[in-house]
Design a protein around this ligand. Structure first.
Ligand SMILES: [Zn+2]
Length: 398
């Protein structure tokens, strides 16, 4: 059974130990020790990393009686080793974990809003609250939490029996039996927990809530403490500075400036649409006017570059509106897309023309006698255009 040094001495970062067992854990070399300062993932707090006998500890797992240290390379059983945990990583976890106890304590003390879940991620941590707090409640809980931080209260570890625990007012009902380990934030919060904590609240520095979202009847509060709060502040500073530079406004003017840009872009899109429509109208009429006549019908067959299918449709519609015409417009890319349009008084069915072309060149499409569109034709645009021309000539001559 591993003696877990972090239970009583969370500030211990170096220690000596003996390897009690060497084995394979999920395909990776692992050892147990007679004593360890390495914290295994549990209770929402991630595992410690570090070095053991000069070998990297890449994962620490709670194996029940023993703590399992997963190593980069194997270590032999019976070896005397010195261990060192990655203190930057661990201290960060301690700041977040004690910060979580305080934030959860504040929501419970002020609003009787219980914490039902805790997760510490690599960037941010979350607590799940039983109910959804109002924005004002969140600010009050954050203010209260930071008051506790700045009062630099002692954080003590106490061991009590389950019976003793029953007489204490713990923040939440402990799930486990036997001796309980309590984290006592002096005069503020008492909670059963196996995690590692700072020894005074001042070490947390700052507790900041970043987001609150509704979930399953309650809410999820995303927060950062200590060095993470400083990192978040730096990120916000850089984002704001970049945005302020790009928009030439003061930070406080950013939301309004972005709204203004969105309005402008909406207006420009509207104007551009109008220009496109006018361009299609003019080009369509010009194509019809310049097209040769067959049996008194203008026959417009063109392979066009730079128009999408919607543009071709607008063009074709403009052409048949401006003259008695049959129109086949083909895109220049591969595979070919096309639009077929016929004026109402022309004895040609646009859909029939399209079906004949897709029958010959592949692809698919459909439409009405006046307007049809298709795509996926596997032939060069000029070949499709030339076939369309012959087809229209034949149909009009009938
Ligand atoms: Zn805890």
């Amino acid at each position: 059974m591993t003696n877990r040094l972090y239970y009583t001495e969370p500030s211990c970062r170096r220690f000596d130990a003996i390897v009690t067992r060497a084995f394979d854990h999920a395909g990776r070399p692992a050892v147990t020790l007679d004593r360890t300062a390495f914290y295994p993932s549990s209770g929402g707090q991630p595992f410690d990393t570090g070095r053991l006998g000069g070998i990297d500890v890449v994962d620490t797992v709670d194996g029940g009686d023993d703590v399992i240290h997963v190593l980069a390379t194997p270590l032999a059983s019976g070896t005397a080793v010195s261990g060192e945990i990655d203190w930057t990583r661990r201290f960060d976890h301690m700041q977040q974990h004690t910060g979580q106890h305080i934030l959860s304590g504040a929501f419970e003390t002020l609003f009787d809003n219980l914490t039902v879940g805790f997760h510490m991620g690599a960037e941010v941590s979350t607590i799940d609250l039983a109910r959804g707090p109002s924005p004002a409640d969140i600010e009050r809980a954050v203010d209260e939490s930071n008051r506790i931080v700045w009062e630099d209260r002692p954080v003590a570890i106490r061991f009590v029996s389950k019976a003793e625990a029953a007489s204490l007012s713990l923040r939440k009902e402990p799930a486990r039996e036997g001796t309980l380990r309590l984290i006592d934030i002096s005069g503020f919060d008492l909670c059963a927990c196996g995690g590692t904590h700072v020894d005074r609240t001042g070490a947390i520095g700052l507790i900041a809530v970043q987001a609150v979202e509704k979930m399953r009847g309650g809410s999820r509060v995303t927060f950062v403490c200590g060095s993470r709060a400083l990192r978040a502040l730096r990120t916000y500073r850089d984002v704001v500075a970049g945005s302020v530079r790009a928009l030439s406004v003061l930070p406080a003017e950013l939301p309004a400036a972005i709204e203004r840009l969105q309005d402008e872009s909406k207006e420009l899109r509207k104007q551009l649409k109008g220009v496109h429509e006018k361009l299609a109208e003019d080009t369509g009429a010009r194509l019809a006017a310049a097209a040769p006549e067959v049996e008194g019908v203008r026959v417009v067959v063109e392979a066009l570059e730079g128009w999408d299918i919607a543009g071709l449709k607008a063009l074709a519609a403009a052409a048949i509106a401006s003259a008695r015409a049959c129109v086949v417009l083909v895109t220049s890319g591969q595979p070919v897309s096309l639009v077929v349009a016929c004026s109402p008084d022309v004895p040609v069915d646009a859909n029939v023309v399209l079906q004949q072309l897709t029958h010959r060149f592949g692809g698919r499409g459909g439409g009405k006698p006046g307007l049809a569109q298709g795509g996926g034709l596997a032939a060069p645009a000029t070949e499709v255009a030339s076939a369309a021309w012959t087809l229209l000539e034949t149909m009009l001559a009938l």
